[in-house]
Write a protein that binds this ligand. Structure first.
Ligand code: COA
Length: 670
């Protein structure tokens, strides 16, 4: 295909004018065509406004006037509905065409037929369609090999993703030229090798959004609960219903409707149709799934963080993963492109297949099977790729391989502990299940050693401690108490305390993952961690009083600091065990989750922390830990000193520049 200097954008609506702006910004001479000069004038005004905004923010260096000089307009239809001679002339001089007219097949076909006969044969004819088959549009031309999909996202100047879609006849050269053009516009193209309805982003989004909607329609959760889970547990930039309202419920309605009509197998959730038919289209109508102060007046709905705590987000993401797996298995898109598309097109913090690896491919498959059983719907049947991954043990991060390879995953066995390295995480598993992980002097030694080893391992950013079997730990090993003299008991208590100090002042965040009984020394260990996440079935307590003794590993000190004196006294004086939920109400555990979700919840939370700057985490930890024990003056001084010290780190420079450049920071711990 020819070298591109001049780009023609046909259609000056929402997408067309944005695409023209992007092309002009990239230095191309741009022709923008539409059916009337009024529309074109309006489009130019919008482009000028947008350029002004980008310029004033410093995102663009070239003054708007200079960019505007490169944009020319042309009316393409005469009042009688014929293509104008002006349009024909422009077609004779352009090197690349991007069509963005309304989504009507006949309209596009007529346009492509005309463009095909009035452009040179080495000019790419791209369509920005999101719902029509490229092949059918191309069928109106004599050279279908130069017709390609080039799907931008709204608004084009801000959204970096472009899906490049191959029709049946599209040539490699055409795809290459389109990818090259997208790159030269500063965009990140992904290739969709087969013209499937919805391409990558809309297919995955349709699955997730539809599932979210069904969760509400089935009465399992409210709109706010789903959005809270999506935002705070999956880390999406906004809730799914919030997104639907923001983009317009009609937009999704039309796109999904077109997809299902083209054979995308789904049971569309009725709530979307209801909202659509009632005219409750979201922000623009002043009401959709949420209420707004008035039509077009956007305020972000308030979505509390706790609202989503009872929902298992795996069920929301699993149908999206299933779709992504289908795309990969069918060779429609490469793994990396699927992840890039979901990251950039949906604003996800990581690609959908990375989510699958982190949650565990087996966990995803289980969720799909349950949905399949519940509904009998074919689209929930786990994709054969996922099934084979489970069979082959490619379960994701925990197995060291899934959709991606994870180097450094290994298990180290000690007498009483099991260490599972899963960079950037390390799990320390208390491993004497037959004794309910009772803590022996040997275990304390090994814990010290393991903590030292992990401290020297730069890959490890967060440490999790949990127990094998049905207990986290039922406490110090009582059978060893029989041989203790008073002095030895005191020395033992001091040793235990020292290990826990090591944990409390560990250079990495430590999360105690309470899978069952968390008693006595077990609870004391958990209290030295930064966070405690418990499974519903966990029982917590300080039962020492029943043995005629008191807690000896910090229980009388850390417990009152965590939950207050009288409540601590009650637990210690009575020796009562309390269930996790009650412990949560007391502030003794931070979060309670169903047993089956404990590991996955803890891992997600740990991975979130692992992305933060390690030195700043350490400084925050020390400032808080040492600060609460000091006078406020000393605490403040410590805080200022650490605050200042962090300005000597590369990570602080990275964090600040990433913010200013509007990108995700990459912290390296230096
Ligand atoms: N030290 C040594 N062994 C312990 C232990 C501890 N702290 N906690 C449990 N075990 C052992 C039990 O002796 C038993 O061993 P066995 O099979 O050889 O008899 C095994 O772990 C399983 O415990 P069991 O008592 O049979 O389980 P359970 O479900 O009936 O009860 C507990 C669980 C946690 C309520 C009960 O084991 C208990 O009260 N443990 C002691 C808790 C304690 O006082 N901790 C404070 C120590 S400072």
């Amino acid at each position: 295909m020819r070298e591109v200097k001049t780009v023609l954008v046909v259609g000056a609506g929402t997408m067309g004018h944005g695409i023209a702006e992007v092309a002009a910004l990239a230095g191309y001479t741009v022709y923008l065509a539409d059916i009337s000069s009024d529309i074109l004038r309006g489009a130019l005004e919008k482009i000028r406004w947008s350029l002004g905004k980008l310029y004033s923010k410093g995102a663009v260096r070239e003054p708007p006037d200079r960019v505007m000089e490169r944009i020319h307009t042309v009316v393409n239809l005469s009042p009688s509905g014929d293509f104008t001679s002006g349009f024909r002339e422009v077609l004779g001089s352009v090197d690349f065409v991007i069509e963005a007219v309304p989504e009507k097949l006949e309209l596009k076909q007529r346009l492509f037929e005309f463009m095909d006969s009035h452009t040179a044969g080495d000019v790419v004819l791209a369509t920005n369609t999101s719902s029509l088959p490229i092949t059918e549009i191309a069928s109106a031309t004599k050279l279908p090999e130069r017709v390609v999909g080039m799907h931008f996202f709204n608004p084009p100047p801000l959204m970096p993703l472009v899906e490049v879609i191959r029709g049946e006849a599209t040539s490699d050269d055409t795809v290459d030229a389109t990818v090259k053009l997208a790159r030269s516009m500063g965009k990140e193209p992904v290739i969709v090798k087969r013209d499937v309805p919805g391409f990558i982003v809309n297919r995955v989004l349709a699955r997730i959004l539809n599932e979210a909607c069904w969760t509400v329609a089935r009465g399992e959760a409210s709109v706010i609960e789903v959005d809270s889970a999506v935002k705070y547990r999956l880390g999406f930039p906004m809730g799914l219903f919030e997104l639907a309202d923001y983009s317009g419920i009609d937009v999704f309605y039309y796109v999904f409707d077109a997809m299902t009509r083209r054979g995308f197998k789904a049971h569309p959730c009725p709530l979307f149709r209801e909202k659509f038919e009632a005219g409750l289209l979201g922000v623009k109508a002043g009401r959709g799934f949420y209420e707004y102060p008035g039509p077009g007046r956007h305020v972000r709905p308030s979505i509390p963080k706790e609202a989503g705590s009872k929902l298992n987000p795996v069920y929301l993401i699993a149908p999206g993963v299933n779709e992504a797996a289908y795309l990969v298995r069918e060779g429609i898109a490469e793994r990396d492109d699927v992840d890039k598309a979901t990251r950039l097109g949906l604003g996800l913090p990581k690609g959908i297949l990375r989510y699958a690896d982190e949650y565990g491919v087996d966990t995803i498959v289980d969720a799909l099977r349950k949905l399949h059983e519940k509904t009998g719907w074919e689209e929930y049947a786990p994709d054969p790729l996922l099934e084979s991954m489970v069979r082959e043990g490619r379960l994701g991060v925990k197995a060291g391989r899934g959709f991606y390879e994870y180097s450094g995953v290994e298990e180290r066995r000690y007498d009483t502990l099991l260490v599972r390295l899963e960079p950037p995480l390390a799990w320390i598993v208390l491993n004497r299940p037959e004794r309910l992980n009772a803590i022996s002097p040997r275990m304390l030694d090994e814990l010290t050693r393991v903590l030292d080893e992990l401290e020297d391992d730069d890959r490890v950013r967060v440490v999790l401690v949990t127990g094998a079997g049905r207990a986290f730990s039922a406490g110090a090993d009582v059978s060893e108490f029989t041989s203790l003299t008073p002095v030895k008991a005191m020395v033992y208590s001091r040793r235990f305390q020292e290990v826990l100090f090591k944990l409390e002042y560990y250079t990495r965040p430590v999360i105690a993952v309470l899978n069952g009984y968390t008693l006595g020394g077990g609870l004391e260990l958990a209290m030295a961690a930064d966070f405690r996440i418990a499974s519903e079935g966990a029982m917590l307590g300080q039962p020492e009083i029943n043995l005629g003794i008191i807690p000896g590993a910090g229980g009388t000190q850390r417990l009152p600091r965590l939950i207050g004196r009288s409540r601590a006294k009650e637990l210690i004086y009575t020796g009562d065990m309390i269930p996790a939920k009650e412990a949560e109400a007391l502030g003794l555990v931070d979060r309670v989750v169903p047993a089956g979700q404990l590991e996955q919840e803890a891992r997600q939370f740990a991975l979130k922390l692992a992305e933060k700057p390690p030195l700043a985490l350490m400084a925050a930890k020390y400032s808080i830990q040492a600060g609460v024990e000091a006078s406020i003056w000393s605490g403040m001084m410590l805080e200022s000193s650490l605050f200042g010290l962090l300005f000597s780190t590369k990570d602080a420079a990275e964090g600040v520049s990433a913010f200013l450049e509007k990108r995700r920071p990459r912290f390296r711990g230096v």
